[in-house]
Design a protein around this ligand. Structure first.
Ligand SMILES: [Zn+2]
Ligand SMILES: [Zn+2]
Length: 844
């Protein structure tokens, strides 16, 4: 074998091998249990970063693990290429604005750009050795996905769960579209709290108590001054949208004002003063100005008190043109102008700088507005209890992520707004009757349909046949929330959702629990009454050092995934990605990759050593698969293995399989790797190889049977190790397997088609041994042996002796049960510790 492992050459070779043997092709096979993965389709909004490698690789390892366990793994890959993120990428790349060009030309540009990125993304995932079946690839903008998405919309409409209404909606004036509550971020911002003077209208009739006899002459001389009400606001530009003042009904300062009216400064119109128990008496002056719409509280109070709507801010973020003071100004400029006007008129009582929380659009970071418009919604508020209940039917990994979901669902305030005033998305399959305004929904036979290009079938129920098409598109989440249905080809000729759903596992990042996980649960419950998947694997993400954002900073260019793979290898990146606890965020530090590189190096050299010792070894039985060995038949299936040290290392290997299986079954990839590493570095390399070395080298001294016992154990142990590491570092393990084991292990494949083909079976199609109970005596014996070796090494290093130095005596601390195993192990112990004489000391 080569002296050094050439990853650049070998990783590509292994990927070609897998492609040629179609190692990961999904076949309908009812002899094996199905394990299906709902893979997150990455948003096509620019390049992938190290965070994607981190989370996607963790899920990929699970796919490999399940395949080796004997499952028929359905592992598709998709791209979420419709919607605003893609539009913004295209606008940025081409230096255009969607609204300034023909709709069709813009959509064409979007399709071209997404194709380019999808090719890049696919190449990256392939270079990481991903074992998905690319023939199952889907895109959320493809005609098939559009048809399934529109079908979902129509079914929800027919079930009364999708509805259209004119009402205040969260609006981004930058992206010029409505947005959903889940797309709202919050930002703490410094702003000025202006205390404005409003006149109390009823005070113009001067109260009786003011007419004290001694002052009569003075007050008669001039017009009585109206009482001034002080009202604090952060949004004076909304003054012309003021519809009421609110006070707390038990606020002694103001309760007398309830029922009276106030005059809006500068604009001079009257608004009522109303009582409202949810007014915060401590905030500002305790008198609250309600304008349409400053925030969600305004919306609530306007609705609950039946107040009118006064339009101030328009969809593009300018003030209504007919506003006498601020007409057509942008919001920021409008605020400066109105403050100046108020100051000049002496209508500002005070200004205070405060920090407050503003809602921003997660896609562009700009503060959002609330603007009434006609939008499509999915009713999610009615069924909150059902969505909460569904959380218990799903296994959450890690468990505490369930709380994030529950918190979100319990605090929902708005129905899910699914329409977007954008271009590159799935069209809403609806027209409106020009005569009566009634919505007409597309027929199933028309799907996918773009109402802007196609007319509806038939007339409106009112008899008229002239229709206005809906020009809004569906929000991208409305389509990505049905990835299980897209995978199952729901409603298509080859629909297999009844077999596929609920899917075995969804993997995703924690920051999209409130969107992707939640919306998928909503859609699945509404369509089928069932949860979409059994297990939810929630990954953390990667932060650059010192709170740097990964994707933005220029100094992070060296962290480009393509460069990292090219420089360090896919296996190194994968080994690194398997380091963290599931669901926790991690930092990326290129220096940590040296740990992974040392590991690859150690695995290479240890394997080479083993192969050199196995050159003349002939396996007695071809069915050496450990899965076929029960505890009782274990010793007989490898009759040549009889020495206790050899039996122990195989038992410890099984122990490692038991531990790794338990961890991987709950998606703890990092924990499982830790168990495997301990076995490899400590038990196998540090101790076992040192114990068995001389027996392998010198059969004339230790006996040929003893050598054979060691060789057989070495064979099984290395094979087991390669299997344990196969999900983590698939390239090097495959190469090592192909270099030695493949020709000898031809029957150990759970894929018979592959094993009968011209290709030798892949390690990734071999069997992962089942967990079983362990031989406790052997395990205790191994622990004692390790302690004895450790003690000898400690003694030598403390006394500055060479590790090869002889020791006159060595005490063997053992138990009654393990004592009989020592007689056949003294040769190994002597070779390893260089002790001349042993003293047995029984512990119990
Ligand atoms: Zn925006
Ligand atoms: Zn009509």
């Amino acid at each position: 074998m080569e002296k050094h492992y050439d990853f650049e050459l070998i990783e590509k070779q292994m990927q070609t091998l897998w492609r040629e043997m179609r190692a990961y092709a999904f076949k309908s096979d009812h002899t094996k249990p199905l394990y299906s993965i709902d893979t997150p389709p990455p948003t096509v909004n620019g390049s992938l970063h190290i965070g994607h490698i981190f989370s996607y690789t963790q899920a990929e390892m699970i796919a490999r693990y399940r395949r080796m366990q004997g499952y028929n793994v359905f592992y598709p890959f998709g791209f979420d290429d419709n919607g605003l993120p893609t539009e913004r990428l295209v606008e940025k790349e081409l230096g255009i604005r969607a609204g300034q060009m023909p709709r069709s030309a813009f959509i064409e540009a979007c399709l071209e750009t997404t194709k380019k990125y999808e090719t890049e993304f696919k190449a990256l995932w392939s270079s990481l050795g991903f074992s998905c079946d690319w023939s199952l690839q889907y895109e959320t903008i493809s005609p098939d996905s559009q048809r399934i998405s529109q079908r979902s919309f129509i079914e929800l409409y027919e079930k009364g769960k999708a509805y259209v209404k004119e009402s205040p909606v969260l609006w981004c004036t930058e992206c010029q579209t409505s947005i959903a509550q889940a797309e709202l971020d919050t930002l703490e911002k410094e702003t000025i709290f202006y205390t404005l003077k409003f006149d109390l209208v009823d005070d113009l009739q001067v109260p009786v108590e003011r007419f004290e006899p001694e002052h009569t002459s003075q007050t008669n001389a001039q017009q009585p001054k109206p009482q001034t009400l002080l009202v604090a606001t952060t949004r004076p530009e909304l003054l012309n949208g003021c519809v009421a003042l609110f006070v707390h009904p038990e606020d002694d300062r103001y309760k007398g004002l309830i029922g009276k009216s106030a005059n809006v400064p500068l604009y001079n119109y009257q608004i009522p003063i109303l009582g409202e128990a949810t007014v915060d008496r401590e905030k500002g002056t305790g008198i609250v100005m309600v304008a349409t719409f400053g925030d969600a509280t305004d919306v609530t109070w306007v609705q609950s008190h039946g107040l009118p709507y006064r339009s101030v801010i328009t969809a593009d973020g300018t003030i209504e043109a007919d506003d006498p003071i601020l007409g057509s100004l942008k919001v920021g400029k409008a605020r400066a102008v109105i403050v100046e006007q108020l100051r000049l008129s002496g209508l500002i009582e005070g200004e205070q700088t405060i920090n407050h929380i503003v809602g921003t659009h997660e896609r562009c970071g700009k503060p959002t507005e609330i603007i009434p418009s006609r939008q499509w919604y999915i009713d999610i508020l009615t069924d909150q209890a059902r969505f909460i209940e569904a959380a218990d039917a799903i296994n959450w990994y890690p468990e505490h992520m369930k709380n994030r979901y529950l918190n979100w669902v319990q605090n929902l305030k708005w129905d899910w707004c699914i329409s977007r005033q954008r271009f590159f998305g799935v069209p809403i399959p609806v027209w409106y009757c020009a005569a009566c305004g009634k919505a007409k929904i597309a027929e199933a036979s028309q799907l996918p349909v773009n109402p802007l290009e196609t007319a509806p079938i038939g007339a409106c129920s009112c008899g008229h046949t002239v229709f206005i098409p809906e020009s809004a598109v569906l929000d991208t989440w409305a389509t990505s929330s049905i990835t299980p249905q897209i995978n199952g080809k729901w409603g298509e000729a080859d629909d297999w959702t009844s077999e596929l759903m609920p899917m075995s596992m969804r993997t995703q990042a924690h920051e999209i629990i409130r969107t992707w996980a939640f919306y998928s649960i909503v859609k699945s419950l509404y369509h089928t009454g069932e949860i979409p998947w059994k297990d939810l694997m929630i990954c953390g993400f990667v932060l650059a050092k010192k709170g740097e954002k990964i994707s933005k900073s220029k100094s992070n260019a060296v962290q480009s995934p393509t460069e990292l793979i090219k420089t360090h290898s896919a296996d190194v990146m994968r080994y690194w990605a398997a380091n963290a606890k599931l669901g926790t965020d991690t930092f990326f530090d290129a220096e940590e990759l040296s740990i992974a590189k040392r590991f690859i190096n150690k695995l290479w050299h240890a394997s080479k050593f083993c192969f050199s010792q196995l050159e003349n070894y002939v396996t007695n039985d071809t069915s050496s698969d450990m899965a076929n060995r029960s505890a009782s038949s274990q010793k007989t299936s490898h009759p040549e293995i009889y020495l206790p040290i050899d039996l122990w290392i195989l038992e410890r290997l099984q122990d490692t399989f038991n531990l790794a299986t338990a961890a991987l079954d709950v998606y703890e990839i990092g924990t499982a790797r830790h168990y495997i590493d301990t076995f490899f570095f400590s038990d196998f390399c540090d101790d076992y190889l040192e114990l068995v070395k001389e027996r392998l080298y010198q059969p004339e001294k230790h006996g040929y049977d003893a050598q054979k016992s060691g060789q057989a154990a070495l064979y099984q142990c290395l094979l087991g190790l390669l299997k344990l590491y196969a999900p983590y570092v698939p390239h090097i393990t495959e190469y090592l397997y192909q270099s030695y084991f493949a020709s000898r292990e031809s029957t150990d494949s759970n894929d018979h088609a592959a094993s009968q083909s011209k290709f030798t079976a892949s390690i990734h199609l071999t069997t992962w041994p089942k967990s079983r109970s362990l031989d406790e005596t052997l395990m205790a014996f191994g622990k004692e042996i390790k302690a004895i070796i450790g003690e000898a090494r400690r003694y030598k290093s403390e006394n500055k002796l060479s590790m090869k130095a002889e020791m006159p005596t060595l005490t063997l601390q053992c138990s009654q049960a393990t004592q009989p195993l020592y007689a056949q192990s003294l040769g190994d112990l002597k070779a390893c510790t260089h002790a001349i004489e042993f003293i047995m000391s029984e512990n119990d």
